[in-house]
Design a protein around this ligand. Sequence first.
Ligand code: 5GP
Ligand code: MG
Length: 174
Amino acid sequence: MMNNLELLYSSQEIEQAISQIAATLNDTYKDKDPIIVGVLKGSLCFVSDLIRKLSFPFTLEFIRAKSYGLRGDKPQEVTIEGIDFDISHKDIIVVDDIFDRGETLHKILDELNKHHPASIKSVLLLRKKSKKMISLEPDYTLLDIEDKFVIGYGLDYKEHYRGLDGIYAFKSIP
Ligand code: 5GP
Ligand code: MG
């Protein structure tokens, strides 16, 4: 199963990057009590490792983002499910897996902003070098990747491979 995979980031490299971002967040949020909003399913490993390095009080919620339509030159339709918790006047930290063309994060921020939070920041594990569809940048990104399909550390290909402890690219798409 592993011969078709190229390791991009080992679990040690991921851990180091998470420690760095956690230090930044610990400073920024030291007197606050934000809501951490994880985006399922891809952020599952990232969220679970990140929250164990935080030293400020927070609550944790999850939402789901689903994309429809073929990925081409047109923007995809993204829908957000699960915003059923109270956001108004709260500080929000959105935690997601990949910033690719930006449509998903754009839609998430749009939907959350409708509920009048005090502030929103976004933390993205990976930033892909791809043609961005949207003029929006995440507040924090941890690791850069080439424009390749990646899996592992929560990320799937057809719902598999989420349990790999590093981040991998396929040498050839199966
Ligand atoms: P965007 O809306 O920024 O184009 O796409 C972001 C979403 O697409 C990510 O949250 C992720 O769910 C999915 N995605 C984009 N690139 C990859 C990839 O290389 N591997 C996997 N597993 N998902 C990806
Ligand atoms: Mg996603």
